[in-house]
Design a protein around this ligand. Sequence first.
Ligand SMILES: *[C@@H]1O[C@H](CO)[C@@H](O)[C@H](O)[C@H]1NC(C)=O
Ligand SMILES: *[C@@H]1O[C@H](CO)[C@@H](O)[C@H](O)[C@H]1NC(C)=O
Ligand SMILES: *[C@@H]1O[C@H](CO)[C@@H](O)[C@H](O)[C@H]1NC(C)=O
Ligand SMILES: *[C@@H]1O[C@H](CO)[C@@H](O)[C@H](O)[C@H]1NC(C)=O
Ligand SMILES: *[C@@H]1O[C@H](CO)[C@@H](O)[C@H](O)[C@H]1NC(C)=O
Ligand SMILES: *[C@@H]1O[C@H](CO)[C@@H](O)[C@H](O)[C@H]1NC(C)=O
Ligand SMILES: *[C@@H]1O[C@H](CO)[C@@H](O)[C@H](O)[C@H]1NC(C)=O
Ligand SMILES: *[C@@H]1O[C@H](CO)[C@@H](O)[C@H](O)[C@H]1NC(C)=O
Ligand SMILES: *[C@@H]1O[C@H](CO)[C@@H](O)[C@H](O)[C@H]1NC(C)=O
Ligand SMILES: *[C@@H]1O[C@H](CO)[C@@H](O)[C@H](O)[C@H]1NC(C)=O
Length: 301
Amino acid sequence: MARSMKMTMIRVAVLALSLFSFSETVASQQVLVVGGRLGWTIPPAGPAPYDAWAASHIFIVGDILVFNFTNGDQDVARVTREAFLRCNTTNPIEVKKTNPANFTLNSTGDFYFTSTLDRHCESGQKLAVHVLASGPSPSSQPKPRGPRNFTVGGDLGWIVPPGGEIVYKSWARTKTFRIGDALEFLFINGTQDVAEVRKEDYEKCQTNSSIAVYSSSPVRIVLNTTGEHFYTSTYLDHCALGQKLAINVTSNTSSSSSSSSGSAFSPEGAMPPSTPGSSATRVVSAYMPAFVVIALAFFHF
Ligand SMILES: *[C@@H]1O[C@H](CO)[C@@H](O)[C@H](O)[C@H]1NC(C)=O
Ligand SMILES: *[C@@H]1O[C@H](CO)[C@@H](O)[C@H](O)[C@H]1NC(C)=O
Ligand SMILES: *[C@@H]1O[C@H](CO)[C@@H](O)[C@H](O)[C@H]1NC(C)=O
Ligand SMILES: *[C@@H]1O[C@H](CO)[C@@H](O)[C@H](O)[C@H]1NC(C)=O
Ligand SMILES: *[C@@H]1O[C@H](CO)[C@@H](O)[C@H](O)[C@H]1NC(C)=O
Ligand SMILES: *[C@@H]1O[C@H](CO)[C@@H](O)[C@H](O)[C@H]1NC(C)=O
Ligand SMILES: *[C@@H]1O[C@H](CO)[C@@H](O)[C@H](O)[C@H]1NC(C)=O
Ligand SMILES: *[C@@H]1O[C@H](CO)[C@@H](O)[C@H](O)[C@H]1NC(C)=O
Ligand SMILES: *[C@@H]1O[C@H](CO)[C@@H](O)[C@H](O)[C@H]1NC(C)=O
Ligand SMILES: *[C@@H]1O[C@H](CO)[C@@H](O)[C@H](O)[C@H]1NC(C)=O
């Protein structure tokens, strides 16, 4: 998808969201560690890791960016777009020199960050994020729709993610998975596999008692039970390095609720009972079209 197309879709989404802002529900504030495990540093080979990190998140007004770095080795400067493009750090909007440097994304639009230290910007220590007015509510009541295929990780595919486990977490956060949908894991045969595991094993990164292991790409898994599903890799250290995905699957009919209470899912992730839809969550469904557009703008399904 062309970048201009993405931007158009984002703008459409922003417009759609603002039209519904009268019924806005307060989304919880996210605290995001920039670059994930990489932290805030001179990336090994140019700005790609920060571009990828930004592309794999949705930023909403009120979210906080935490820049994690070593005092003295780095700093964080919020700069204008012009300064960002030219790596001109002579007159930044704001500079923070003490770890962790937190910036609250307090308005919509674009925020640009780099470091004022010598040649750090030119070497790729730079981050641009686009901040939206409002995001989807994770407890929204989805509208009925047909089954959909989700390519796990979008363009990134199924790999050891450069930014750690936050990458697949963010990918999943923007999606609603329904019975009948399919996950597609794309990877190079022999370099990865897909292990479906239980919650405890997911948390401990243990794959010796996986529910199922698939080793030939593409792996297509049709989601046929509701509740939590956990996936990782049996390859050494892949799980520990963040190649792990947890999703919630909800019923595909509007008469069953996607439940906003934690009690709907048992600790074992077993199939929860169907509960009647709650009217309290209905208003939020107005966000769904915009939500889907945002998701499309960031990832190819
Ligand atoms: C910051 O980076 C250090 C060193 O990599 C790590 O131990 C720590 O957990 C990170 N902090 C956050 C908030 O991610
Ligand atoms: C850098 O920005 C400052 C003002 O913010 C400006 O005066 C200066 O000319 C710029 N330098 C370059 C090389 O563009
Ligand atoms: C920055 O955010 C981190 C992570 O939430 C928190 O631990 C820290 O206290 C914050 N620092 C400041 C100065 O607000
Ligand atoms: C956002 O925060 C910055 C300081 O971090 C402040 O200068 C600016 O006025 C704030 N903007 C809004 C819209 O509150
Ligand atoms: C909902 O899922 C069931 C399987 O559990 C399937 O038979 C049915 O066609 C699905 N309906 C829609 C609208 O996708
Ligand atoms: C999902 O993928 C399957 C198998 O490749 C295909 O038959 C089906 O049409 C796809 N569905 C959608 C909604 O793209
Ligand atoms: C899997 O490995 C863990 C620790 O490595 C061990 O405690 C556990 O008993 C093993 N489970 C099975 C089913 O082999
Ligand atoms: C992986 O291997 C399977 C069967 O061995 C093959 O059908 C498939 O095309 C291969 N996928 C890739 C991406 O090479
Ligand atoms: C659900 O899917 C799994 C793997 O895709 C399959 O093994 C299992 O038989 C399916 N269960 C039902 C009830 O269709
Ligand atoms: C699934 O939803 C339940 C209830 O909202 C929540 O407690 C749980 O953390 C979710 N799990 C995942 C993997 O998102």
